[in-house]
Structure formats: structure tokens, C-alpha cells
Design a protein around this ligand. Structure first.
Ligand code: KG4
Ligand code: ZN
Length: 342
């Protein structure tokens, strides 16, 4: 009989409490509890996030075990997010992971959140044909925007990053200005479908090498909107879809220019996306248009694995467990963590 490995994984880096059970590379359950307490503040409040993780982590573990029809004693290893993220949130997940590993006397595995966003593509059934190493990895989330060369499951080389705001942050901040609830990336994406992306022109950010920048664009958008509201109170209401579509277009085009440069420079023809923004529909369409040839292969994660989830922590943990890369109880979570961290 096959000797399966069962991994329980925990993700608490930001405002989602998530627990998954994996049997080797198959996901048995992946429970995500998204905190709503932050909506009122239009952004994540770190102290509230860690308190909510504390309340929800045990029920989420119980729920994930029940869905997987498993008992905690059947688990062979515990994987958890060691960073990057909000330190208070990370501490909740790491304390629970350590306690479980210690009391069950099983291995503890430390997982890098952004690496996991890219390794999610290796979950069984995520794609008919998986990406082959090396490939170009693009992480797009609320806190990170990175372009990297991924040589194997353990070797990540960042070649470009945002110099200021992350792409998701820009979506969310501009969304708040337009009156959307937080987080608003998916709402801007949705309304953009009805808008004209060429109606308003915003400056395409100019950055060196494969780096990106969204702070100047965010300010330009804000100034433009405020100036127009001054002249016409109903400006946002009457032009919301066009504003969304025009903003989204320039944000995505800035990114795809850099991806195109990176593809040319590295010669890598497989582009693998990860993170919350990777389910953006304009990004999907625009990339398929830009890389419309059989020599390229684009990989977007299945929808349920785009935003923060513990299944991605589980798959990254699986690769480490296979190689015997085990963490230890003295490791403290890290708010900042280089993508190349092993
Ligand atoms: O990866 P993620 O769940 O969390 C972080 O690690 O930050 O990403 C969350 C981000 C938020 O900024 C959210 O607005 C954005 O992903 N997002 C989107 C879409 N869905 C989620 N942005 C653009 N288009 C979407 N469809
Ligand atoms: Zn994330």
C-alpha cells in the first residue's frame, strides 16, 4: 500500500485564517475564514487581525479536519506560514503550529508565503500539465508585486519588485476613493467589464529594469478624481465603470510591459502567476493577447487558490517534507522575508 503523507497546514499571514489538509499533493480540505472586521476601516488593522485569528484558528482546524474526515492523530507534519506578513497574525499561526507539532511529536515545516503563492500550481489537479522548471514567476498581492526566476521548488530569484505600493494595494486604495468596500480589487475588475478602458488617460509608471511602481499612479488617479469632483459632484457616480476600466488598464499594462521585458531578457517562456490579483480578468485577457503563440505557456492559479489559502502552504510544506527540510521550535516568524529565503 502507498505510504501517503498527511500534512495539516496553517496560513495566518494577514486577514484570512486558513487551514488545509493535504494527502501528498492532493487537497482534502481547504477552509478559509476571511475577516470582515477590517471593512469598516477600509484596510487591515493589524491588532484586530491577530485577535480574530486567535478566535478562529481552533474552529478552523476542527472544520478542516472534519471536512477531510480525519483525526489530528493521523497527521504526519504541520506546515505554517513563517512570513512575510503581519507579525501579530503570523505569531498566532506559528504558536498553534508549534504547539501541535510538539504535542503530536511530528515535524514542523516553515513556509514562505510568497513562494507558496507560486507553488500552488503543483497541487494535484491544478493543471492538466504543470509548469516545468525553470519558469518566470509573477506574484501579485496586497503586499507584494514581484517578478522572479523560479529554478526549482526551493530556488527563487527575484529580478523585479515594486519600489513602493503593491498592485493589490493600489487597487484597494483607488477602490476606497471610488466608494467601494475593502478589499476592492475584484469589484474594480467586475465593474471594468462595463467600462471603456480608453476613456481616461493615466500616466504609465516609468521604472528601471524589471521593477514596478504604483504609488505615483495612485496619486495621479486620486488628484484626477478629486479635481473632477470639485467641478461635478456626481463625477464618480456618473463615470465609475470608465474610471475603473481606465485605471485597471494602465495598472495591468505597466505590469505586462515588465513581464514582456523579463521574458525577452531571460528567454523563459512559461509565465506562472500567483496571489490575489492573479484572478483579474483584464490581466488574463491581456496576457493571452500579448503571448498569443504556442511557444508561450501561461499559468493562472485555479480561482480558489488565488487569494490567501492554506492549501498553498500545504503543497510548499510537502516539498520540504519530502526533502527532509524540517523547521524548528525556535524560529520566530518574520514580517519581511526575501523571496530567495530557504
Ligand atoms: O494574495 P492576497 O489574497 O493577499 C495578500 O497576500 O496580500 O491578495 C489580496 C489582494 C487584494 O488587494 C485584493 O483587492 C486583490 O488581491 N484582488 C484583486 C482581484 N481579486 C482580489 N485585484 C484585482 N482583480 C481581482 N479580481
Ligand atoms: Zn498572499
Amino acid at each position: 500500500m502507498r505510504n501517503y503523507k498527511y500534512i495539516l497546514s496553517i496560513e495566518t499571514s494577514c486577514d484570512d485564517t486558513s487551514v488545509a489538509l493535504l494527502r501528498d499533493r492532493s487537497v482534502l480540505s481547504n477552509v478559509i475564514y476571511s475577516q470582515s472586521v477590517h471593512q469598516f476601516y477600509q484596510g487591515v488593522v493589524p491588532e484586530l487581525a491577530s485577535r480574530d485569528h486567535q478566535k478562529k484558528i481552533i474552529p478552523t482546524i476542527d472544520h478542516a479536519l472534519a471536512l477531510a474526515k480525519m483525526k489530528i492523530k493521523q497527521v504526519h507534519a504541520i506546515a505554517y506560514t513563517v512570513g512575510p506578513g503581519l507579525i501579530g497574525s503570523l505569531l498566532v499561526g506559528s504558536s498553534v503550529a508549534k504547539s501541535l507539532a510538539l504535542s503530536l511529536n511530528i515535524p514542523l515545516i516553515e513556509v514562505h508565503h510568497m513562494q507558496a503563492h507560486l507553488l500552488v500550481h503543483f497541487i494535484k489537479g491544478a493543471h492538466k500539465k504543470e509548469p516545468a522548471f525553470p519558469f518566470l514567476g509573477v506574484t501579485l498581492s496586497g503586499g507584494h508585486t514581484q517578478i522572479a526566476i523560479i529554478k526549482d521548488v526551493f530556488t527563487f530569484q527575484e529580478i523585479g519588485t515594486t519600489l513602493d505600493d503593491a498592485i493589490g494595494e493600489c487597487f484597494d486604495k483607488c477602490g476606497t476613493l471610488l466608494g467601494f468596500d475593502y478589499p476592492s480589487g475584484h469589484l474594480i475588475d467586475q465593474l471594468s467589464q462595463k467600462g471603456n478602458p480608453d476613456r481616461f488617460q493615466f500616466p504609465l509608471p516609468s521604472t528601471p529594469k524589471f521593477h514596478l511602481s504604483y504609488s505615483g499612479l495612485k496619486t495621479a488617479f486620486k488628484n484626477f478624481v478629486l479635481k473632477n469632483i470639485n467641478e461635478d459632484e456626481g463625477f464618480i457616480k456618473n463615470n465609475k465603470a470608465d474610471l475603473c476600466a481606465s485605471l485597471q488598464k494602465v495598472m495591468i499594462e505597466h505590469l505586462t510591459h515588465k513581464i514582456k521585458d523579463a521574458v525577452t531578457k531571460t528567454g523563459l517562456k512559461q509565465i506562472v502567476f500567483g496571489g490575489g490579483v492573479s484572478c483579474n480578468r483584464f490581466l488574463f485577457k491581456h496576457c493571452h493577447h500579448l503571448f498569443d503563440s504556442s511557444e508561450y505557456r501561461l499559468f493562472f492559479p485555479p480561482k480558489q487558490y488565488t487569494t490567501d489559502n492554506a492549501a498553498m502552504i500545504g503543497i510548499a510544506g510537502y516539498f520540504k517534507l519530502q526533502k527532509g527540510i524540517i523547521g524548528n521550535l525556535n524560529t520566530t516568524p518574520k514580517a519581511k522575508l526575501n523571496l530567495a529565503h530557504s
